[in-house]
Design a protein around this ligand. Structure first.
Ligand code: NOJ
Length: 653
C-alpha cells in the first residue's frame, strides 16, 4: 500500500491552472531538470516552456531535483475599491494555485510557487520560508524565464542607462533583446497576442529587467547591487510578483489592472489623501527666465511664491509647487547636491510666511526635495525635513533623484537596485506617517504599491515634457499608454501653452496639451506653464484644464495602436461628467467617437480640437472650440492634426 501511495505522489509532476473564464491556461511541470511553466491564451501558445529557480552565492542552486509536496487551489473573487485613480473599483478575479515544492534529496530545501491566473494575465511569485542553515541569502541570479517567440515585436527602453527610465521607446523584435530592457516590456506575438511583462509589489529586492539569457530565452535580469549580488534577503521572503499581462488588442492591454489586484490593501487610514492639480515655480526655470539657484533671477522667492499663490487662486488651481527654495542649489547642482539642506531656506525665501499665506488662500503647497541621488545626505535629514514641511502645513512633496546613480552607504547604486527600492519605500512610509503625499521624480517604477500606500500619488519615471525642445517626437506619448503607464500614473507636467518659446520649442499642437490631462493619468497633475499663459487669450483653452478632474470613476479606452494614437474616455469620480482625450503621432487622423458609454439623457460636449490646418511644427496654435449637444446614440467626428490631439468635456444637462 505504502509503495503505491509513494508512487502515486511521485507521479504528480504536472499541474494546470486556468483563468476564471477559461481563456488563459498556465501549465506547471516538475521534471528532473527543474520546474517549468508555459502559458496559452485561447489555445494559442504565448509563453513556451520557461524555467524557474535561483542561484545563490555560497549555496547550492535551487531549481532542480524537486518534487511537488502539495498543491492547494483557491478562487479569488473580489471587487477592490481604490481611494483614487483611473477607476473607483477594479476586480481581483483570479484562480490561484499554491505549489509547495521540496528538493528530493538533502538538504531538502523547500519553497512555494504561488500562481494567480486572471482573465487578462498570469502572475506568480516565489515564497521561501526560513529553514535550518538557510536563513539569509545573497541572490546571484533569479532564473525566471519568459519564453516568448523571438519573432515577437517588442517596445522597449534600455535598462542601466544614466537617465534611468527617461528614454524614447523603440520597436524591435524579441530576438534582439541582448541588452536588458526595463519593464513594463510590451510584446505582440506572431500569433496576434499582446502581452506585457512587468512585476507587482516590488519590496526589498532589485527591480526586474528582461533580456535574453545564455540559452537565448527571455529571462529576468534583476538589477544588481554594487557588490554584484542581486539582493540580500532574510527568510521568510516573497519575491515581487512576476506579471504577464495579456490582451487581444493593444487598446485592451491599456486597462490591465493586475498590479493593483496583486498588491494588498492598505493597513492604515488614508482617507486624508486627496489628488491635486498644481501650478509650479518651475517651467520659468526650464525656459531660462528664473533659476533654481539663488541670484538675481532666483525663482523661489517669497514674492514670487505669493504671486503664484494669488494666480493659483484666481485660476482655480488648488496647489503650488516651489522648486529651488532650499539651501544647496549652488553652482554645479548635480555635483553639489550632496550639500542640499532640506530644512534651510535661501535668504530670499521665507517658508513659514509663504506657507501661512498659502493657507490663508486655501492653496496646498507642494514642497520639493531634490536629493540628486545623495541618499546618505537625504536620509540623515529625512525625519526632520518631513517634520519641517508637516509643521508648516505642507501636505505634498515632490522628490527628485537626478543623477545617473545613487550614493547609498558610500557606494554608487542603481536607482532600481534593492537599496534604491528600499530608500524609496522608506520615504513613502515616513510620508504616510506624517500625512504627506508624494510625487516622485526619477522614481523606482510603479508596481502597484500605491494600492497599499495611496499617499504615493504619482511618479515621473519616463521622459516627461521637460525633454521637449528636440528630444521628443509626437509618437512618444503614443507609446506611453501601452508601456510605461501600465505601471501606474505619471506626472508628465502637462499644459504648456508657450509652444514657441525661443529656448524651448514644444512639438505639439495646443489642444494636445489639453488632451494630456485625460490621456496621461496622474494623481497629482501639474499645470506646468507660467500662470500668465493661462489668462487672456488662452483663457478659453484653460477652461478645460481648470475643469478636468484628477480622480476618475471609470476609464474606457476607445481606440489606439502602439506608438500611433490613443483615445480614452474617463468618467469623473464626483459627477456624471465624462472627459475624452486623444493624441496622435506625426500622422493626422480622423476618428468617430461612439458615445454609447453615456447614461440616458442629454450632455453638452465642449470640444477642443485641432484646426484642419494645425501642425505640431508649423501651425501649433490653430484650434477650434465648439459645443454640441449629444446623447449616448451620438457619434462625434473628430480630427487630430499631425502631432496633435483633442480634449472633450461631456457635461450632463
Ligand atoms: C529633474 C526633474 O524631473 C524635474 O522635474 C526637476 O525640476 C529637476 N530634476 C530639478 O529637481
Amino acid at each position: 500500500m505504502l509503495k503505491w501511495a509513494n508512487l502515486f505522489s511521485i507521479q504528480k509532476t504536472h499541474e494546470t491552472i486556468s483563468s476564471p473564464d477559461g481563456g488563459v491556461v498556465c501549465h506547471i511541470s516538475v521534471a528532473s531538470g527543474g520546474v517549468v511553466y508555459h502559458i496559452d491564451k485561447n489555445n494559442k501558445p504565448v509563453v513556451k516552456s520557461s524555467r524557474l529557480g535561483f542561484l545563490f552565492f555560497g549555496e547550492k542552486p535551487l531549481y532542480s531535483n524537486l518534487k511537488i509536496v502539495r498543491a492547494v487551489r483557491k478562487k479569488n473573487r473580489e471587487i477592490v475599491k481604490l481611494l483614487w485613480g483611473e477607476d473607483s473599483e477594479i476586480s481581483n478575479n483570479c484562480n490561484e494555485l499554491i505549489l509547495y515544492l521540496s528538493e528530493k534529496t538533502p538538504p531538502e530545501r523547500i519553497f512555494t510557487l504561488r500562481f494567480r491566473v486572471f482573465n487578462d494575465g498570469v502572475a506568480f511569485r516565489y515564497e521561501i520560508p526560513p529553514q535550518p542553515k538557510f536563513q539569509r541569502l545573497s541572490v546571484e541570479e533569479e532564473l525566471t524565464e519568459f519564453n516568448f517567440d523571438l519573432n515577437s515585436a517588442v517596445w522597449k527602453i534600455p535598462a542601466y542607462q544614466p537617465d534611468r527610465y527617461e528614454y524614447n521607446y523603440e520597436k524591435n523584435i524579441a530576438a534582439n533583446l541582448t541588452e536588458s530592457a526595463h519593464t513594463p516590456l510590451t510584446f505582440k506575438t506572431p500569433n496576434g497576442v499582446y502581452a506585457s511583462i512587468h512585476e507587482a509589489a516590488l519590496y526589498d529586492y532589485g527591480s526586474m529587467n528582461v533580456k535574453l539569457n545564455s540559452s537565448s530565452i527571455l529571462s529576468s535580469d534583476i538589477t544588481p547591487l554594487s557588490d554584484n549580488s542581486k539582493a540580500h534577503i532574510n527568510l521568510p521572503f516573497n519575491t515581487p510578483w512576476r506579471v504577464i499581462m495579456l490582451a487581444d488588442s493593444a487598446i485592451e492591454l491599456t486597462t490591465n489592472r493586475m498590479i493593483y489586484a496583486l498588491n494588498p490593501p492598505p493597513t492604515q487610514d488614508f482617507s486624508w489623501v486627496k489628488t491635486l492639480k498644481f501650478l509650479g515655480i518651475w517651467w520659468a526655470m526650464y525656459v531660462g527666465e528664473w533659476t533654481w539657484a539663488p541670484g538675481e533671477n532666483h525663482g523661489a522667492t517669497t514674492a514670487h511664491a505669493k504671486d503664484y499663490i494669488d494666480a493659483a487662486l484666481s485660476l482655480g488651481i488648488s496647489g503650488l509647487l516651489i522648486e529651488g527654495w532650499n539651501d544647496g542649489w549652488e553652482g554645479d547642482w548635480l555635483e553639489n547636491g550632496i550639500n542640499n539642506k532640506f530644512t534651510v531656506s535661501t535668504s530670499d525665501f521665507d517658508l513659514p510666511r509663504v506657507a501661512s499665506y498659502a493657507k490663508s488662500r486655501n492653496i496646498e503647497l507642494v514642497g520639493h526635495h531634490e536629493t540628486v541621488g545623495f541618499i546618505d545626505n537625504y536620509e540623515k535629514q529625512l525625519e526632520s525635513a518631513y517634520n519641517y514641511y508637516a509643521s508648516n502645513g505642507i501636505n505634498y512633496i515632490k522628490t527628485g533623484y537626478a543623477g545617473s546613480k545613487m550614493l547609498i552607504h558610500g557606494c554608487r547604486e542603481y536607482h532600481h537596485s534593492q537599496l534604491g527600492v528600499n530608500h524609496y519605500q522608506k520615504t513613502v512610509e515616513l510620508a504616510a506617517k506624517k500625512h504627506i503625499c508624494l510625487d516622485i521624480h526619477e522614481p523606482i517604477k510603479g508596481t502597484g504599491i500605491e494600492r497599499t500606500w495611496p499617499n504615493l500619488l504619482t511618479r515621473e519615471g519616463a521622459r516627461g515634457q521637460e525633454y521637449e525642445g528636440g528630444a521628443l517626437s509626437p509618437s512618444h506619448v503614443c507609446f506611453l499608454p501601452y508601456t510605461r503607464l501600465l505601471a501606474g500614473g505619471m506626472d508628465y507636467t502637462s499644459g504648456i501653452f508657450d509652444l514657441d518659446h525661443p529656448t524651448k520649442k514644444i512639438h505639439t499642437t495646443i489642444t494636445r496639451q489639453l488632451a494630456y490631462f485625460v490621456v496621461i493619468y496622474s494623481g497629482m497633475q501639474m499645470v506646468a506653464d507660467r500662470p500668465h499663459l493661462y489668462e487672456a487669450k488662452f483663457a478659453p483653452l484653460f477652461k478645460f484644464i481648470k475643469n478636468v478632474p484628477t480622480n476618475f470613476a471609470k476609464t474606457l479606452p476607445l481606440a489606439g495602436e502602439i506608438g500611433e494614437y490613443y483615445i480614452v474616455a474617463r468618467q469623473d469620480r464626483d459627477s456624471s461628467d465624462w472627459y475624452i482625450g486623444g493624441v496622435t503621432n506625426e500622422d493626422s487622423r480622423h476618428a468617430n467617437l461612439y458615445l454609447n458609454f453615456l447614461s440616458d439623457g442629454e450632455y453638452l460636449a465642449e470640444i477642443y480640437a485641432d484646426a484642419t490646418d494645425a501642425n505640431y511644427q508649423t501651425n501649433k496654435f490653430a484650434h477650434k472650440i465648439f459645443e454640441q449637444k449629444v446623447t449616448k446614440d451620438s457619434i462625434i467626428k473628430i480630427f487630430m492634426a499631425p502631432g496633435g490631439g483633442f480634449a472633450i468635456r461631456l457635461r450632463k444637462l
